[in-house]
Design a protein. Structure first.
Length: 254
């Protein structure tokens, strides 16, 4: 039933070491057992294989494939994140990003099934531009006036309205699991059309609009080739933090 190299592939794609996977699986899943299953010296039972499939968030049938799927590295999907090493993301963060990627693929499939084209994301931002110029262009693109903004009665209403405005720009807004992803509050899937803005489920309602618009600025920078996916980003950590801080400054929204 189980092809041992697929057990290795699924575990590594989920971001677990052997020891971490054994601990996560719980009682009856020892390090020695996982090593024996992955080397082919033993086979897990059906129940044990199902348990591993749930932990790695893969269908059970993937373990029976003749060879591991050829997938692009996960770090080619999302924008660089401060303090996150591409390829060495926490398992929970990898899962969150995979879900965002999957939702984008589903949305694109639905557009195709309906015979529609996804909306184009036209917003662009350059690091050489002034904060005021980008802020004005962002507000104009979102089509949200100050009077309308000041009329919202709660932070929940504010986030709903900002989310609607952002999705009109051609961005898919999704929530990702917040537990266990460390300090990561947000990220983006920087592929066009239909890029994704992902927000942690633990983000406070009052700060969600800022968090969402922060990702929109990163997407505008990526659309203008000022940013690249995490795996291809060549700036060092201090240089990248300057870009991230610059994105925050552009949320002045005059």
């Amino acid at each position: 039933m189980v092809n041992p190299p697929l057990l290795v592939w699924a575990r590594e794609e989920a971001g677990y070491s052997l020891a971490a996977a054994a601990e996560r699986a719980g009682q009856g899943f020892t390090l020695a057992k996982l090593q024996a299953w992955e080397s082919g010296d033993a086979q897990p039972t059906l129940n044990q294989a199902q348990r591993l499939a749930r932990i790695y968030e893969r269908p059970l049938s993937v373990f029976s494939l003749p060879a591991p799927p050829q997938l692009p590295p996960l770090a080619t999907e999302y924008r660089r994140l401060p303090g996150v090493q591409p390829g060495a993301e926490l398992p929970e963060l990898r899962l969150g990003i995979r879900r965002l990627v999957h939702r984008r693929r589903l949305a694109l499939h639905l557009y195709a099934e309906l015979g529609d084209d996804p909306p184009e994301f036209h917003l662009r931002a350059h690091l050489r531009e002034s904060v005021e110029a980008v802020g004005q262009r962002l507000r104009a693109a979102l089509a949200v006036s100050l009077s309308e903004q000041f009329g919202w009665v709660s932070e929940f209403a504010a986030f709903r309205q900002w989310r609607t405005a952002v999705e009109r720009l051609g961005v898919l807004v999704c929530q990702m699991p917040g537990k266990g992803i460390g300090e990561v509050r947000r990220t983006s899937i920087v592929h066009f059309p239909l890029p994704v803005a992902g927000i942690s489920s633990t983000e406070l309602p009052l700060s969600k609009p800022f968090t969402l618009l922060h990702e929109v600025v990163h997407l505008a920078l990526a659309a203008a080739a000022e940013e690249r996916p995490a795996l291809n980003e060549e700036r060092d950590e201090p240089g990248w933090l300057e870009v991230s801080d610059s994105a925050k400054e552009r949320l002045a929204l005059p």
